[in-house]
Design a protein around this ligand. Structure first.
Ligand code: G4P
Ligand code: NA
Ligand code: NA
Length: 194
C-alpha cells in the first residue's frame, strides 16, 4: 500500500458500499503533512507535462491543489460553487449534476486568471461520477486552455468517473484507487487490506 492507502485504512470509515468518510484528514480536518506528500506525488506523476496552472473546486479540492501548486511552482485557481460579489467579470460557468445530492449546480471561474496559452492540471479530492471534473474541464476549454491531466486524491474505481474522463481523452492519475468497499473492509486496485 502507498502512504495514502495506508492512511485510508487507518483513519477512513466505510459508511456504505459507496461512501468513504475521510473527515479526519481531507474533508473537514486537513492533515498538512499528508497534503504535502500528495502534492509531491502529483508533481512526480505530472512532471514534464508543461503544466502552467492548477484548477480545482472549493472546498475540499483546495488543500491538495495548493500543495500540488507548491510542488510544481504554479498558481492554483479554485472554481466556486456560488457566484461571489467580487467575482463578476468574464465568468465562465458549467452545470454540474451531483448524483450524490441529486441536484444540478452551476460552478464558475473567472476568465481573469486563465489564458489560451495555459496547460492546466485539474485536481480534486474525490472522483466518483466525474461530473465535477468534467465541469472544470469544460470551463478551462471555454478559455481555450489545454487540459494536461486530471489528478485525483481518492478515486472510487467502481463508479464511472474515470471511464467518462478517459473516454474524453483525459489522462487521469489517482493516488488511491478503491476497487470495492464493504462494511469494515476496503480493497484497492493494487492491494487488499481488511
Ligand atoms: P462527481 O463530482 O464525481 O460526479 O461526484 P458527486 O457529485 O457524487 O460528489 C458530490 C460531493 O461528494 C463532492 O464533494 C465529492 O467530492 C463528494 N464525494 C463523492 N463521493 C464521496 C465519498 O465516497 N466520500 C466523501 N468523503 N466524499 C465523496 P462536495 O460536495 O463538492 O464537497 P466539498 O468539496 O466541499 O467537500
Ligand atoms: Na468533496
Ligand atoms: Na471536491
Amino acid at each position: 500500500m502507498n502512504f495514502l492507502e495506508k492512511r485510508i485504512v487507518e483513519d477512513g470509515q466505510v459508511l456504505s458500499s459507496s461512501v468513504l468518510k475521510v473527515d479526519s484528514f481531507l474533508n473537514h480536518q486537513v492533515d498538512p503533512e499528508l497534503m504535502e506528500k500528495i502534492g509531491k506525488e502529483m508533481a512526480v506523476r505530472f512532471q514534464g507535462t508543461g503544466i502552467t496552472k492548477i484548477v480545482t473546486i472549493e472546498s475540499s479540492g483546495i488543500a491538495p491543489a495548493v500543495f500540488t501548486g507548491l510542488s510544481l511552482g504554479v498558481p492554483v485557481i479554485f472554481a466556486r460553487k456560488q457566484k461571489s460579489v467580487t467575482l463578476q467579470d468574464g465568468l465562465f460557468s458549467a452545470e454540474v449534476y451531483s448524483f450524490t445530492k441529486q441536484q444540478t449546480n452551476t460552478i464558475c471561474l473567472s476568465a481573469q486568471f486563465l489564458t489560451s496559452g495555459d496547460r492546466v492540471l485539474i485536481i480534486d479530492d474525490f472522483l466518483a461520477y466525474g461530473e465535477a471534473a468534467l465541469g472544470l474541464c469544460e470551463m478551462v476549454q471555454q478559455v481555450g486552455a489545454v487540459i494536461a491531466g486530471i489528478g485525483i486524491v481518492i478515486e472510487k474505481s467502481f463508479q464511472p468517473g474515470r471511464q467518462k474522463l478517459e473516454k474524453k481523452g483525459y489522462r487521469v492519475e489517482s493516488i488511491a484507487r478503491i476497487q470495492e468497499m464493504k462494511e469494515g473492509s476496503l480493497t484497492f486496485l493494487t492491494n487488499i487490506k481488511e
